[in-house]
Design a protein around this ligand. Structure first.
Ligand code: ADQ
Length: 458
């Protein structure tokens, strides 16, 4: 196989397993091919010039890491302004939260041009390039513009909304046209793929020239769904290690008289946290047998705190949780434990295993790996129940979860009650089916199938 070049907004040292499943999966292929991982260093230079940035290249074993600094102006426009102020909300169907400023679009384009220029200097003719996510949609087009002829693939980690929503982006034609500079474009789900097909046919009069192969703007692009997975073996190994076992024991001991429900998320408006908390309140109200028993552990890791919409959701959550604990709590029972923190990865499997129910109820999510981690962490003899939003990409695969519409507070409360009351036999039956899928479509399957397709596309 040719050398693999991965490009993403942020990168991780693949030697560190704390970096997570994606870094481990990409890391394997990167190591095997003596590959290169290119991205933003995370450093913002106060007085740097727009469209410029220092590149730091260093070795991590056989893998080369190339990290680019950005100046304040570029970072504000590209990362905060366009990627997270326009693309993130709109791709999650939240037109109401998007802020359009033309300076942000030009900053986004400028940084993609900068990435292209710096990366081009490091490329070899037969490198296979894999670009990740919404920050870098136009990168292949910018690379092509300066003469790069390598095979280039793109994977979108977040959902692709329907045509009518995409078309609300002032520069949508330019953005979507940029996808035709790739050889292969990967989405999380079949639904996203359908949205793409519909958009390019309706807005760009694209022709279908093969299975999921579209021709427009004098280019042909192959599109496909590659649902991302987790590193099941690694996560289960983590579950057998000391930290996870200790977390399991201490959680079980502390809550020995309770039924635990768990939510683990980045604090983001796409994750449906207020709706989830309200559904839990309705559960306590409508099914009083859960009072003094059901306890929700909600862990929300801080994220993009400098963006207004994120500060708003944090306040809303704190006040909702406070009100429920005030209304329903007692001296010996707190209905909700809300923790605004990132939990160490080593402890996660133990925490998941100690819980009877997981609430994974985003309003919209590309995939949602927490759902898959929860399944992988369960005791097969006595598994917990997954309550999953039908609007998470994972719902396309995990049909044996209890699927809910997170906007329907009362329906969700009813489903949580069903989860809490499910018989052992039904829990086992659902878990066997879920685990089989999580194992079959793990992160290694994802990585391998994308790269194999990319190698054979063109
Ligand atoms: P995210 O929106 O970050 O990722 P998700 O897939 O749910 O979403 O989580 C990624 C990882 O973060 C998981 O491994 C999870 O354990 C961890 N995590 C989340 N909250 C945590 C917390 N409070 N403490 C510790 N760990 C936490 C984007 C898309 C998703 C898509 C992924 C991968 O938004 O839809 O599934 O990329 O493609």
């Amino acid at each position: 196989m040719s050398r693999l070049v991965v490009v993403s907004n942020r990168l991780a040292d693949p030697r560190k397993s704390a970096a997570g499943g994606l870094a481990v999966a990409l890391g394997e292929t990167l190591k095997r091919t003596g590959g290169l991982w290119f991205g933003w260093s995370g450093k913002v230079v106060e007085n740097g010039a727009a469209g410029e940035g220092e590149l730091h290249v260093h070795q991590a074993g056989s893998v080369t890491l190339a990290e680019l600094d950005l100046c304040q102006e570029d970072h504000d426009a590209y990362y905060r302004g366009y990627a997270n102020g326009v693309l993130w909300p709109i791709f999650h169907y939240r037109l109401d939260l998007a802020h359009f400023e033309s300076g942000h679009l030009s900053g986004y384009r400028r940084v993609n041009q900068l990435f292209a220029r710096k990366l081009k200097a490091l490329l070899k003719p037969d490198d296979l390039i894999w670009i990740h996510d919404y920050h870098l949609i136009p990168l292949a087009a910018e690379l092509r513009a300066i003469g790069c002829e390598n095979r280039i693939g793109f994977f979108l980690h977040i959902p692709l909304p329907p045509q009518q929503i995409l078309a609300a982006i002032p520069s949508h034609e330019w953005l979507m046209r940029a996808l035709f500079a790739y050889d292969l474009v990967g989405f999380q789900t079949e639904a996203d793929l359908l949205h793409f097909a519909h958009y390019v046919k309706a807005e760009a009069t694209a022709e279908t020239v093969g299975a999921n192969q579209f021709r427009a703007f004098n280019s042909t692009v192959q599109a496909e769904a590659f649902p991302i997975g987790i590193d099941v073996d690694d996560f289960q190994r983590l579950g057998r290690a000391r930290e996870a076992l200790e977390t399991f024991e201490s959680t079980r001991k502390e809550y020995s008289r309770r039924r635990l429900l768990i939510g683990v998320d980045r604090l983001d408006y796409s994750k449906g946290l207020p709706q989830r908390i309200k559904a839990f309140r309705e559960l306590l109200q409508r099914y009083p047998e859960n009072r003094h028993s059901a306890t929700l552990l909600q862990v929300a890791s801080p994220s993009r705190e400098d963006v207004d919409a994120y500060a708003d959701i944090q306040h809303e959550l704190e006040s909702l949780c406070g009100a429920i604990n005030g209304d329903y709590g007692d001296f010996d029972w707190m209905p909700i434990r809300y923790i605004h923190r990132t939990i160490a990865r080593k402890r996660l499997p133990g925490l998941y295993r100690a819980c009877a129910v997981a609430l994974v109820t985003p309003l919209r999510d590309g995939m949602n790996l927490v759902a898959k981690e929860f399944v992988a962490a369960q005791d097969e003899e006595d598994p917990g129940v997954l309550v999953l939003s039908r609007f998470a990409g994972a719902a396309e695969q995990l049909r044996e979860a209890l699927l809910v519409n997170p906007y329907d507070i009362s329906g969700t409360a009813q489903t949580i009650q069903q989860a809490l009351q499910m018989s052992l036999a039904e829990r086992q039956e659902r878990h066997v089916a879920l685990l089989a899928k999580v194992k079959e479509f793990d992160v290694h399957w994802w990585c391998k199938s994308f790269l194999q397709k990319l190698e054979h596309t063109r």
